[in-house]
Structures are given as structure tokens and as C-alpha cells.
Design a protein around this ligand. Structure first.
Ligand code: PHE
Length: 344
């Protein structure tokens, strides 16, 4: 009987040794140690043994079982380890490979200029307001003192959608919309950036779609000198501390008086060059004192309140600042152009 057990043990250990996967080990376990396995079978015959032999054979049978069990366990551990090692090998990362740099974009030059202007006005206590690009005739023209037959409408060829709805030709409608929201009570102090549209043939200096930034201040005792102070601060911050400004009389239906602001040329300092067309001055924006009619139409008492407004084109400002010679560069998304505005 002992010989039989000895033979089974050797047989089992050999199979365990040769097993190449966990499934084969499981089979060995079932066939040798299971209830119907040969060892159990041998033990069933113990009854036939003499009382002296029985404990000896019993002890040996246990020894065989233990030997097979521990051989199985260590082989299982060995195979599992091999599986892990195989996986690690396959998934290993070569840390000596050069890294792939993360490509970083940059703000569009127009966005950058608009944000710079916004930040500047925010420091002066303005807030940013927005209005719709699809606008009514009322806000785009009428509320700005431009009734239906007003000749100044011709200055702004428009895209009409219906007779009363158009793509706004300027950001000035946000003036009227903002004032209405204030229900006749100051102070109003906003800037409003956004897209505007005019029926224009596109060329180096014209675009049927472009940006404007509107500014509006309404409060008691607001004067032209306040406008001048704000514009001068803006000009110095955007174009250099030694800039001078000058205001020239102009006309806008919604401001009275109306002015055009020029800055002293930042290229030649006023001597005259190609940038300032040899005048020493560069035209930057339109502005003026809010027309009493505009205040009244938006619900403000023009005897109590006065205000100033201005409107500028960020494209023009960016073109001057960065020496860009064609407005179309802003819209064609040529990466060779856009990448030049990456901040170091
Ligand atoms: N909306 C005017 C334009 O587009 C600019 C402007 C705004 C002038 C505010 C005066 C005051 O030409």
C-alpha cells in the first residue's frame, strides 16, 4: 500500500512539475486529491490492514497528500508570478524615449487686444455689457436718434433680415439697451465689445464683419473733460505713456457734441511717417456727449443726467499696435499669422 502511495506521489509531483498553466494544475488537484481520486481510493482499503500498520500507512498517506498540496501551491504561485512578469514586460515603458511636447495655443490677436482693453476699463470701474448681434431697427438706429429717414443711416450700409430686423452695424445699440435696464437711474458705466456687420466689399481695410468696443458713462455732472480724461488714460496705456491725444469735432447722430480722437503717432512721435500718413496723428475712435434725445428715449432725465460715449474698432487698434497691414489676416486663421502673437 505504501508503495502504491509512493508511486502516486511521484506521478503527481511529476505532473505538477510539467504543468504549464493553472488549468493543468487544477486538473492534477482534482484527479489526485479529489474524493474519487486514487489516494482516497487507497485509504478506503485501510480497513484491511493490521492495527499496527494502520497508523503508519495513515501517516504516510497524509504526508503524500501534504506533499502534493504544497507542490501544487508553490507551482500555482510560480505560474502566477510568470503571468505577472510577462504582463510587466509587455507593458513596460521606455523612460529613455524623448517626450512629446504638449502643444500650447495662444489667444487670437483680436481676443488679446479686446481683453487688454477690457482689463484697462475694468480698472477704471467699468463693467462689461453685451447685446445681440441680430438687432432691431429700433435699437440700432431709432433709439440712437436716427429715425427712418435720417440721412446718416447711409453711412452704415446694413444687412437687413426683415424691414425691422438687421445685423447690428455698431455696438451703440447696447447704449440704449443698458440705459433702459437702469430705469432712469445712474450711474451707468459700461463697455461693450462685440461683432458688428456692414455691407462692405472686403479688402485690406474693410470687412463686412468686424468688432467694436462701445463705452458709455451716464451720471449727474458728467462732462466732456471726463471723456477726455478717460480717453487719454486709455491712449497712454495702449500706445505708450508719452502719447498725446487730440479731439476733433465730428458728427454722430447720438452724440452732441461729437468728436474724433487722434493719438500722437507712436512710431515717429509726431514728426510724420508712413503710419500717420505724415500728419503726426493717428485716428483711433469716435466719441461724444450722449445726445439728450438718446437719454430721454432710454428713460433718463436729460436735465439731471449727462453722459459720454465712445466707440472704437479693436481690429484697427491691433493693426496699429502690431503693424498688421491687412484686416483679413484676423479672419483667415492662417497659423503662420496667429502663432506670431504667442506671448513669451
Ligand atoms: N457707433 C459709432 C460708429 O460705429 C461710433 C461711436 C460710438 C461714436 C459712440 C460716438 C459714440 O461709427
Amino acid at each position: 500500500m505504501q508503495d502504491r502511495l509512493q508511486a502516486l506521489k511521484e506521478e503527481a509531483l511529476l505532473k505538477i512539475e510539467q504543468a504549464s498553466d493553472l488549468k493543468a494544475l487544477q486538473d492534477v488537484k482534482v484527479s489526485y486529491l479529489g474524493k474519487k481520486g486514487p489516494i482516497t481510493e487507497v485509504l478506503k482499503g485501510m480497513g484491511k490492514l493490521s492495527p499496527e500498520e494502520r497508523p503508519v500507512v495513515g501517516a504516510y498517506a497524509n504526508e503524500v497528500r501534504d506533499a502534493i498540496t504544497s507542490a501544487l501551491e508553490s507551482k500555482v504561485a510560480e505560474l502566477e508570478q510568470a503571468v505577472i512578469e510577462e504582463k510587466l514586460k509587455k507593458e513596460s515603458i521606455d523612460v529613455t524615449l524623448p517626450g512629446r511636447p504638449v502643444r500650447q495655443g495662444n489667444a487670437h490677436p483680436l481676443t488679446a487686444v479686446i481683453e487688454e482693453i477690457e482689463d484697462l476699463f475694468l480698472t477704471m470701474g467699468f463693467t462689461v455689457a453685451e447685446g445681440p448681434e441680430v438687432e432691431t431697427d429700433y435699437y440700432n438706429f431709432e433709439a440712437l436718434n436716427l429715425p427712418k429717414d435720417h440721412p446718416a443711416r447711409d453711412m452704415q450700409d446694413s444687412f437687413f433680415i426683415t424691414e425691422d430686423i438687421l445685423l447690428r452695424t455698431q455696438t451703440s445699440p447696447v447704449q440704449a439697451r443698458t440705459m433702459e435696464k437702469h430705469h432712469g437711474r445712474g450711474p451707468v458705466k459700461i463697455i461693450s465689445p462685440g461683432k458688428v456687420y456692414r455691407r462692405d466689399d472686403d479688402d485690406a481695410t474693410h470687412s463686412h464683419q468686424f468688432m467694436q468696443i462701445e463705452g458709455l458713462v451716464v451720471e449727474e455732472n458728467v462732462r466732456l473733460s471726463d471723456l477726455k480724461g478717460v480717453l487719454e488714460t486709455f491712449a497712454k496705456k495702449m500706445f505708450g505713456e508719452d502719447r498725446k491725444i487730440r479731439l476733433r469735432p465730428s458728427f454722430f447722430p447720438f452724440t452732441e457734441p461729437s468728436v474724433e480722437m487722434d493719438i500722437s503717432c507712436f512710431k515717429c512721435g509726431g514728426k510724420g511717417c508712413s503710419i500717420c500718413k505724415h500728419t503726426g496723428w493717428i485716428e483711433i475712435l469716435g466719441a461724444g456727449m450722449v445726445h439728450p434725445n438718446v437719454l430721454e428715449m432710454a428713460g433718463f432725465d436729460s436735465k439731471k443726467y449727462t453722459g459720454f460715449a465712445f466707440g472704437m474698432g479693436p481690429e484697427r487698434i491691433a493693426m496699429l499696435k502690431y503693424g498688421i497691414d491687412d484686416i483679413r489676416h484676423f479672419y483667415t486663421n492662417d497659423l503662420r499669422f496667429l502663432k506670431q502673437f504667442k506671448k513669451a
